[in-house]
Ligand binder design. Sequence first.
Ligand code: ASP
Length: 319
Amino acid sequence: MSPIIKKTLTNFLLFFAPLLISETKDISIVVHGGAGWFSSMTEDEIEGIESALNNAADLGYGIMLEGGSSLDAVEKAIIVLENNPLFNAGKGSVYTSELKQEMDASIMDGSNLDAGAVASITSVKNPITLARYVMENTEHVMFSSTGAEKIAKEAGLETVSPSYFYSEEKLQRVKKKIKADAKMGTVGVVALDAFGNIAAGTSTGGMTNKKPGRIGDSPIIGAGTWAENGVCGVSGTGHGEYFIRLNVAKEICVLMKYQNLEVKKAAQIVIDRLAAMGADGGVIVLDNKGDPAMVFNTPAMARAYKNTPDDTFVRIYKD
Ligand code: ASP
């Protein structure tokens, strides 16, 4: 082939490839706001949760519709939920047994399996942004507590006084030893962009009344979060110790990758296994075509899914 023809062909491909890709890939986003009971909620709280899920899905979807990446969609959608005290992530996180708020978050880029995570942080306004910073700007994957906070300060990320995260209602759950809904309101997002890139992220205050320093599954890559292009993306919520032991997020993708299982089937198998161990929780998953699974063994999981510009599916309780 003559060099001129070769060059013309390359330019043609470079120009049209993104358009061809966007025709075959379905931009999709799935969001969760925690699995649990969601009992004794006021109408206002239910409405607030639903509209926040809707806003997060809309924002992420809009970013990707304009050609933005699934990573941006995941980070920005999670920030919406971290800033909303109705959820157990960022502002409004649950309290430890010593009445402090310690937050965990992680993010994963399915295009290259890059990942970033932070654990036990107390003064970074948006933990998911720090997780992304760790992924993109350090040679490590995970930082905890003071080391993580130092990176946030050096990077100029927004830090706040711990009182910013305050929630009287969450504080009372520890003081009054409220068991039900002890694990509820963690947030997570999985997105597939027009270029076929899958990203996933999870952010949480962990479990009510957890011991100081306890780290759950949300910042553990493979347990609470996983993304792998061509296969799937997952964000989990529930009893973190079991998610870690079962490697829930990766396990779902492994079933899909090596056994060719369809997304809902793979998610159901792993959640059934979790239930058989006596744990509860749920997952949101997207496959490489943008088909979702939203599977949980609790009475409710706050969730939303969007893959068309006009419509968003939003639910808290079972269908
Ligand atoms: N998985 C979180 C943790 O164990 C809690 C939750 O999802 O509600 O820290």
